[in-house]
Ligand binder design. Structure first.
Ligand SMILES: Cc1cc2nc3c(=O)[nH]c(=O)nc-3n(C[C@H](O)[C@H](O)[C@H](O)COP(=O)(O)O)c2cc1C
Length: 350
C-alpha cells in the first residue's frame, strides 16, 4: 500500500510516504534557507510529499536560532531555490508554518514571545549560546490574536510565491496553535479561551486565513492530540479535537501524530473528510516510525504515512522500502546546526 499513488488536492503523489517536518537549524541568522537546504530536500524528492522544517510566518514566531522564516522577500527568493530543486527532481513540497508562541526568546526573534496567556512553559528554549528556561511570554490582545492568525494567511501567500505546492500549519508539539488549544497555556476568559469553542477558535481562524489566501487544496494542519511536550495539558480531550475537526474549514489534510491511543486516532480518522496523514512515531518517541506501522495504519484507514527520523539518514527511503534494503539511523548530535549529517547521507550503495 505504501508504494501506491494517491491524489492529494490537485497533486498526484507517486507513493504514500510523506517526509515529516524536521527542524534542522541550518538557515542563516536572518532566517533564509541556504544552498545545502536545496540539496537536502532535492535528495529526498522521491517522497510522495515533503513537508519542510518548521518555518516562522512572522518575526515574532521564530522559535529558535537558525530556523528559517517566510516573512520577507529575501526568504521567499531563497526558498524559491529550494522548491525549484525539489520540482526539478520530480518532487512535491509543502512549507510547514510554525509560530513558536511562548516557545521563543527575545534574543532569537528580536521580540518578546507572545502567547494566549502570560504563562511560561516549564521547558528550555534554545539561544545561539545554549539553552535557557522559557521566558514568560506577553499575552496577546484580541486584536493582536487576529493579526497572528492572519500571519498564517500572509505566509501561505508568500509560500506559493516561493514555489511551494502548499502549506502545513503547525498545530502540534506545544507551539502557538496548540497553546491556544491547551488548558494549561491558555487561561483566557474571552472568546479565545475557556470553553472548547474558545480554545479552538485561533486554530480555526489561522486555517481559514491560509485557505482564503491560497485555496483549500493547498492547506493542511498538523495536530498532536493529547500530546504533552512543552508543558501542554489539554482538558476535555478528545471532545476538543472532535470539535476542532468539525470547525476547521474544508482543507487538503490533517497530519496527526500518534500521541494518543489508537481508538481516539481512529475516531479522528472517521470524523475527517479529506486526507488523513498519520505519523506513527509521535513526538520523537523512543522508536522511529517503521514500515510495518505505516502499512498497518494504511489498512486502518490512513491515506498517507509520515516518516521523520528515517528520512534523515535515508534520502532514498522509498527505494529502500521498495527493495527491502537496510535503513541507516542517525546520531542525535547531527540533527541540529552541524555541518555533518545533513546532505552527506548517500542513497543505498549497491
Ligand atoms: C530533528 C527533528 C526535528 C523535528 N522538527 C519538527 C518540526 O519542525 N515540526 C514538526 O511538526 N515536527 C518536528 N519533529 C517531529 C517529527 O516530524 C516526527 O513527528 C517525529 O520525529 C516522530 O516521527 P518518526 O518516528 O518518524 O521520527 C522533529 C523531529 C526530529 C527528529
Amino acid at each position: 500500500m505504501l508504494l501506491t499513488s494517491y491524489r492529494l488536492g490537485n497533486l498526484i503523489l507517486p507513493n504514500r510516504l510523506v517526509m515529516a517536518p524536521m527542524t534542522r537549524a541550518r538557515a542563516t541568522v536572518d532566517g533564509s534557507p541556504v544552498a545545502s537546504t536545496a540539496t537536502y530536500y532535492a535528495q529526498r524528492a522521491t517522497a510522495g510529499l515533503i513537508v519542510t522544517e518548521g518555518t516562522h510566518p512572522n518575526e515574532v514566531g521564530q522559535a529558535g536560532p537558525f530556523m528559517p522564516g517566510i516573512h520577507n522577500a529575501a526568504q521567499v527568493a531563497a526558498w524559491r531555490v529550494v522548491t525549484d530543486a525539489v520540482h526539478a527532481n520530480g518532487g512535491r513540497i509543502f512549507a510547514q508554518l510554525m509560530h513558536g508562541g511562548r516557545i521563543g526568546h527575545v534574543e532569537v526573534a528580536g521580540h518578546e514571545p507572545v502567547a494566549p496567556s502570560a504563562i511560561a512553559a516549564r521547558t528550555d528554549v534554545f539561544l545561539p549560546s545554549g539553552v535557557v528556561p522559557a521566558p514568560v511570554p506577553r499575552a496577546l490582545s484580541v486584536g493582536e490574536i487576529r493579526e497572528q492568525a492572519q500571519a498564517f494567511g500572509d505566509a501561505a501567500r508568500r509560500a506559493v510565491e516561493a514555489g511551494f505546492d502548499g502549506v502545513e500549519l503547525h498545530g502540534a508539539n506545544g507551539y502557538l496553535i496548540q497553546q491556544f488549544l491547551s488548558s494549561s497555556a491558555n487561561l483566557r476568559t474571552d472568546s479565545y479561551g475557556g470553553s472548547i469553542n474558545g480554545r479552538i477558535r485561533f486554530a480555526v481562524e489561522a486555517a481559514e486565513a491560509a485557505v482564503d489566501a491560497i485555496g483549500a487544496d493547498r492547506v493542511g494542519i498538523r495536530l498532536s492530540p493529547g500530546g504533552q511536550v512543552q508543558d501542554i495539558v489539554e482538558n476535555e480531550m478528545p471532545s476538543l479535537y472532535a470539535a476542532l475537526l468539525k470547525a476547521l474549514p474544508d482543507m487538503a489534510y490533517i497530519h496527526v501524530l500518534a500521541t494518543v491511543d489508537d481508538e481516539v486516532l481512529m475516531g479522528l480518522r472517521k470524523a475527517w473528510p479529506t486526507a488523513f496523514i498519520l505519523n506513527p512515531g509521535g513526538q520523537i518517541g523512543p522508536n522511529e516510525s517503521t514500515r510495518e506501522q505505516g502499512e498497518r495504519w494504511l489498512a486502518n484507514g490512513a491515506d498517507l504515512i509520515s516518516y521523520g527520523r528515517a528520512y534523515l539518514g535515508n534520502p532514498d527511503l522509498v527505494e529502500r522500502f521498495r527493495l527491502g534494503l537496510p535503513l541507516v539511523s542517525t546520531d542525535r548530535e547531527t540533527w541540529f546546526q552541524t555541518e555533518a549529517g545533513y546532505v552527506d547521507h548517500p542513497s543505498y550503495q549497491h
